[in-house]
Write a protein that binds this ligand. Structure first.
Ligand code: ATP
Ligand code: MG
Length: 458
């Protein structure tokens, strides 16, 4: 487990970061470690990346660090040291928030205090470093903490910098960041900050899908995403992000006593492996079609309805296309019902239908779904199905068209068939037979079978 840095003690800053700071001080600029990375070291966690802020302008930075790259879009200069890239940002203040989104204008500044004041939460609004001056000046680096972030880190509290309602009107993403950080850091949101989120949750509608999607991805990587998702539902944020998920609340499920469909979704998400974003996303949306199909009490066809709703949501949140496709396929297939009586042919058909590359994800989703239903991960025959699938895969039998010993060119070249849709039909029929009887999968045999199929064609 991580151990927080003792109050007053210096945070452990790695050598490359220390070198960058030293260089900037020496060149006559103020420089600090800021934001999430400082928060994380104070918590005793390893930061994902290091954010530095300085009084130096981007042009100065490019001159001081040859080979550095100005990322204009983010107003940041990226400096490479070995394998790592460090982002250095000039102090700034934000202006002209107009539409509940990002500021329309940012202004470079000379003061670390102004730079910290524009940041979202007290724990993210601290700086470690010092003003300009070389080593000889003996000015020791220290913590700048105008909003009591150090204490909030210790107590595990997220508190808006300044007046919460105003800060959320400036940029509504901060509300989503609050629930996301509550989950990733396992912090509580302070009451006034939480109340402001509940009061203004509808501002989330103004945000771009891209920014929302990025926060959702970070939320789903948390140890227990349910912490943040529950906050989203309770504050009303979820209703503006996904009305379909929000309406899972209150829908009865006879799975875990006293729990509803939303509780089931949350348990399922937490049970999905944290390192496996596709499965976590699929866990979140696997039953998204249930509220719309609850009329007869059976959720009939919810996996098909859900696949469409999941696609619409993930596309709106700008998830990459391959991710959307995998998640949608998982939602569509998540209702498979294995029985001991399945023949080996049935197991092979199942593999063919799911697709070899998607099996692990689908099993991961079902294991999480089992846990979300109050059962063991391997319940509902999952353990046995996994073993039988592994057996078939090890036997190296044909499971899709590409595994057949002949292809369309053989049908055209050897049997004189004309290119067209009948080629595909014949290959599908051959695959069907090979799945039932793997020993048919050799070239001469398949050509003979194909010939008989051609003769049978009307
Ligand atoms: P993570 O550890 O997940 O990266 P983070 O807090 O570092 O979390 P970033 O998106 O990397 O999040 O942002 C870096 C810093 O920039 C934050 O710590 C915060 O000080 C500031 N920041 C980011 N987004 C906002 C925002 N919407 N409004 C105000 N300040 C922000
Ligand atoms: Mg960060």
């Amino acid at each position: 487990m991580s151990r927080p840095v003792a109050p007053g003690a210096a945070p452990a800053i790695p050598t490359p970061v220390d070198d960058l700071l030293g260089r900037l001080w020496h060149e006559g600029h103020a420089a600090y470690v800021v934001g999430g990375s400082l928060r994380d070291v104070l918590l005793g966690r390893t930061p994902a990346d290091w954010d530095l802020a300085t009084s130096a302008r981007p042009d100065d930075l490019l001159a001081i660090f040859p080979g550095a790259v100005y990322e204009n879009q983010f107003g940041t200069v990226a400096v490479r040291r070995g394998d790592e890239v460090f982002e250095i940002t000039t102090f700034r203040s934000d202006h002209d928030y107009a539409d509940f989104r990002r500021p329309h204008r940012v202004e470079f500044g000379d003061s670390v205090a102004l730079d910290l004041a524009r940041r979202d939460f007290t724990v993210n609004a601290m700086a470690w470093g010092r003003e300009a001056g070389d080593k000889a000046s003996r000015q020791a680096p220290g913590l700048i903490d105008p909003f009591g972030g150090r204490e909030d880190v210790e107590r595990g509290i997220l508190r808006a910098v300044g007046e919460p309602a105003r800060r959320f009107q400036e940029d509504a993403l901060r509300m989503v960041r609050a629930v996301r950080l509550a989950a990733t850091l396992e912090f509580r949101i302070e009451p006034a900050t939480l109340a402001a989120i509940s009061e203004q949750s509808e501002l989330v509608e103004h945000l771009s899908g891209e920014r929302l999607g990025a926060e959702l991805t970070k939320l789903l990587a948390a140890p227990r995403p349910s912490v943040g998702l529950r906050l989203m539902a309770d504050t009303g944020v979820l209703a503006h992000l996904s009305p379909d998920l929000a309406s899972q609340r209150g829908i009865a499920q006879n799975k875990v006593a006293g729990e509803d469909l939303w509780d089931h979704t949350l348990r399922t998400v937490d049970a999905a492996p944290a390192a496996h974003m596709v499965v976590r996303l699929a866990a979140l949306v696997h039953d998204i079609g249930k509220p719309a199909t609850a009329a007869d009490g059976h959720f009939h066809g919810h996996e098909r309805v859900g696949a469409d709703l999941a696609r619409a949501l993930l596309e709106r949140l700008r998830f990459p296309k391959p991710v959307v496709e995998r998640v949608v396929a998982l939602v569509r297939q998540h209702m498979f019902a294995y029985e001991v009586s399945w023949s080996d042919t049935a197991v092979r058909r199942f593999i063919g239908k799911v697709g070899r590359q998607a099996l692990d994800d689908l099993f991961g989703l079902r294991a999480a779904d089992n846990v979300g239903s109050g059962g063991a991960p391997d319940a509902s025959g999952l353990g046995e199905l996994r073993r039988r699938v592994a057996q078939q895969l090890a036997a190296d039998v044909a499971l899709d068209r590409a595994d057949l010993a002949i292809d369309g060119d053989d049908l055209i070249g050897e049997l004189g068939l004309r290119p067209g849709p009948s080629i595909g039909r014949i290959l599908d029929e051959l695959l069907d037979r090979v799945i039932a009887e793997p020993s048919l999968n050799d070239r001469p045999t398949l050509l003979l079978v194909a010939q008989s199929l051609v003769e049978d064609e009307p």
